[in-house]
Design a protein around this ligand. Structure first.
Ligand SMILES: *Cc1c(COP(=O)(O)O)cnc(C)c1O
Length: 365
């Protein structure tokens, strides 16, 4: 099933797409996350289960982006992210599955077990890795030149922006909103008043907001930012939303022009913690609470911060009587994939520091 195409069949042939995931992802009731029973109910939409061997939110975007890569006859993909980027890893794993060569440009970030794990998995997937000190460095011509040099003898790779967030990638989450609606219609859950979702490059939260608007839904999106304003801002959200809406209409969908409304999309920056990838006390407490209440694993970089915002809003009474949905964007299960046998020294030397220096204090067990 692919709910967006079922609702707008014209898009099936008009948009580039390659099937990678398993849908619909499960919804679970999780009232134990609300011990005092102040909300009307809490549900989890578990996008940890979008795919195997690797799930999480990036699979939905990659179906369009890697579909476009194939449609354009490219044989390699280049993408960007933090050193422990889930997005870069997901891209590499699914690119390989499709016979494409993956390249990742990684940027320094605070160290964690998850960074180490993702680097080893990237090694296993055979990604060509480049590591840079900072984002400004990445933006300079010198580094772009260095990237180009990698491809002198070949066709340039298909370029996937950080987080897989482009007008096209966002459609993965427009589909996710349509998919949720089919589950509501089938009686699997009550229509939520508000959806909490972690927000890095905004593709997932903006895609949901667009999908919900096209469905005429009253559900609000609370996007909990884990990045600074270079990556997450209302300005950027509005632009992406408009571009993706236009892309759908250009592809032939009879969808109305809508605007991102501030009363239906809230960008929260109070749980960010000041730096991408830097764990927070509130976030780590939320990670533990989630595991106790659901048996599922979340993490400190994205989903813990999102759940921390939800928990505070429960406490403050903001969610009294509301149906709440927590959209899990992280595949905790696939983190059990074995990497222990791998030697980090096979990684480019500038990445060894993640294995030879301590993880950040809140990540020490
Ligand atoms: C990338 C990622 C996000 C952020 O999604 P965006 O679409 O970039 O906002 C959230 N959670 C997890 C686990 C991620 O890996």
């Amino acid at each position: 099933m692919f709910a967006l195409f079922d609702n707008h069949p014209v898009l099936r042939d008009a948009l580039p797409f390659v099937h990678l995931g398993h849908y619909p992802t499960p919804v679970l009731l999780a009232d134990d996350l609300d011990k005092d029973r102040r909300s009307a109910g809490i549900t989890i939409k578990n996008d940890g289960a979008t795919g195997t061997p690797y799930g999480g939110n990036k699979v939905r975007k990659l179906e369009f982006l890697l579909g476009d890569t194939l449609a354009r006859g490219k044989n390699a993909v280049l993408t960007f992210g933090g050193a422990g980027s889930n997005h870069a890893l997901a891209t590499a794993i699914y690119a390989r599955r499709l016979g494409l060569t993956p390249y990742s440009c990684l940027i320094k970030q605070p160290n964690s077990h998850s960074v180490r794990y993702n680097l080893l998995r990237a090694l296993q997937a055979g990604v060509h890795l480049q590591h840079f000190e900072s984002i400004p460095a990445l933006a300079t011509g010198a580094i772009l030149k260095e990237i180009r040099l990698l491809f002198t003898d070949q066709k340039l790779p298909y370029w996937i922006p950080p987080g897989g967030t482009s007008a096209l990638g966002v459609l993965g989450y427009v589909n996710a909103a349509f998919e949720l609606q089919t589950q509501i219609d089938a009686g699997k859950l009550a229509a939520p008043d508000v959806i909490y979702i972690a927000c890095g490059t905004m593709g997932s939260s903006v895609g949901l907001a667009l999908g919900l608007a096209l469905l005429g839904s009253q559900t609000r999106v609370c996007a909990v930012a884990v990045t600074d304003t270079n990556f997450s801002s209302m300005k950027k959200a509005k632009k992406l939303y408009a571009q993706s809406g236009e892309l759908l209409r250009k592809a032939g969908a009879d969808t109305p022009v809508t605007r991102l409304r501030e009363d239906s999309f809230e960008l929260r920056s109070d749980f960010f913690g000041g730096e991408y990838g830097c764990y927070t006390e509130a976030g780590m407490q939320a990670v533990n609470r989630f595991q106790e209440a659901t048996g599922l694993q979340i993490e400190g970089c994205y989903t813990g911060k999102c759940l921390a915002a939800l928990s505070q809003d429960l406490k403050s009474g903001r969610l009294d009587g509301q149906q709440v949905l927590f959209w899990n964007t992280y595949d905790g299960q696939s983190q059990d994939h074995p990497v222990d046998e791998l030697d980090y020294r096979l990684l480019p030397e500038s990445l060894h520091t993640y294995f030879e220096s301590e993880v950040q204090p809140l990540d020490r067990k």
